[in-house]
Design a protein around this ligand. Structure first.
Ligand SMILES: Cc1ncc(COP(=O)(O)O)c(C=O)c1O
Length: 401
């Protein structure tokens, strides 16, 4: 199995770089943030300050958004599903989302007006839990399909939200097709966190929902007297999350946008392969990486458009990089905040550490201009969403280099 980190600069010629981020402008994304703020469960997730780690590895600062605190669900994903479901219901009710908050949407009157709706989706865990949680609050039904090899704990967490959920015999991309067929045959609505030709509106709303996290981080950095990070490292499965955060930063900072690096599992590195080929590429097979949230082989068409126009580099990482990141964040240098970060949450921290400390990656460090003046923003997108696997990795040292 490949043990090395691979990377490529983004050499793709920019084409529609302004148009492709228009839907992520500050005004649009602020609507999503206001929607989330109307939830009883809403709080701004912490921005961990890892100054001692930064100093130790030769950087000016590391700031990490800890999404394990999001709505009590241990991952960022609910931001997307909930906003898309809110937007969908607003359109059904012929109302503006800006005037339709959580209290009203979850009221018996709105339920009566809407009747019964079934939301269908596929997930490695986090997205499905967010959709199930939102459907539960709306008193509606969710049907969730998971790829082969999915974690039983993650399945149980979805079922605990009242959803009908099962683990299939296929990979993530095929599970998406099963969810779509189910919705088509049962008059349901697909709430999928990826786009393809002909299915773009809901994923657009999902990406706007993820924008809440980006807006929060900008405010938090400003409170720390940091006008802008110099670099952002973003993990990617299909690239909705990365595209959303990249798009928000690119629309707010324009030509002064931070250098953004897209990070994938080497068993599901469709964006890295696409960047190398200069056109969209798929990866197939079972993709049995520990980074379950990143085990997706078919890029989000809208997300890819954003990333190919705006991101600086694409990186493909073996599992040990994520495992190392989990250990570094879980056992911080004294004085830094501790972060319980899961496999898909920690890969960017693991990568940053390796690039800064391993001479084999000196070229990458130089090309990306990572040095003592750099202030790097990371997103730990999940906590210990499978606590047993978390302990195996952090306590017992599973998946070392
Ligand atoms: C924890 C976590 N991080 C990152 C991602 C990647 O998001 P995307 O598929 O939008 O690239 C996922 C996707 O499920 C996830 O669960």
């Amino acid at each position: 199995m490949e043990k090395n980190i691979k990377w490529t600069k983004n050499n793709i010629k920019r084409t529609n770089y302004k148009e492709c981020i228009e839907f992520l402008n500050e005004g649009e994304v602020s609507k999503a943030k206001s929607f989330h703020e109307s939830f009883d469960q809403y709080t701004v997730t912490p921005l961990a300050d890892l100054s001692n780690l930064a100093n130790h590895i030769g950087l000016g600062g590391i700031y990490l958004k800890d999404e394990s605190y999001r709505f009590g669900l241990n991952a960022f994903k609910v931001l997307g599903g909930s906003y898309a479901m809110g937007k969908y219901l607003a359109s059904k009710l012929n109302r503006d989302i800006s005037k339709l908050g959580y209290k009203e949407l979850t009221s018996p009157e709105v339920k009566k007006e809407l009747g019964d709706i079934t939301f269908a989706t596929a997930t490695d865990g986090n997205h499905g839990r967010g959709v199930a949680w939102t459907a539960n609050k709306l008193n509606q039904k969710a049907v969730v399909y998971m790829p082969k090899g999915s974690s039983i704990t993650r399945l149980e967490n979805i079922i605990a939200e009242g959803a009908e959920a099962s683990i299939t015999e296929v990979n993530y991309d095929d599970a998406v097709r099963i969810a779509t067929d189910y919705a088509n045959e049962n008059n349901g609505v697909v709430i999928q966190d990826t786009a393809w030709e002909g299915y773009e509106e809901i994923p657009t709303w999902i990406m706007q929902g993820y924008g809440t996290m980006a807006l929060e981080s900008i405010e938090q950095l400003k409170n720390n007297k940091i006008d802008r990070p110099t670099h952002i490292f973003l993990q990617a499965g299909v690239g909705s999350l990365a595209g959303a955060v990249q798009g928000v930063f690119a629309s707010i900072y324009g030509d002064d946008c931070p250098t953004t690096v897209i990070v994938e599992s080497n068993l599901a590195d469709c964006l890295y392969q696409s960047a190398k080929a200069g056109k969209m590429k798929y990866v197939g097979g079972e993709m049995q990486t520990i980074m379950a949230g990143l085990a997706c082989g078919e890029p989000n068409t809208i997300g890819w458009e954003v990333l190919k126009n705006h991101s600086a580099a694409f990186v493909s990482c073996p599992d040990w990089v994520a495992a190392n990141g989990m250990r570094i964040l879980g056992c911080p240098i004294k004085g830094d905040n501790q972060v319980v970060s899961g496999e898909s949450g920690a890969v960017t921290a693991g990568l940053l550490f390796e690039v800064m400390t391993n001479p084999e990656y000196a070229q990458m460090k130089e090309d990306l201009k990572l040095d003592e003046n750099s202030k790097v923003l990371l997103f730990s997108t999940e906590g210990d969403t499978d606590p047993e696997v978390y302990k195996e990795i952090v306590w017992q040292g599973a998946h070392t280099k």
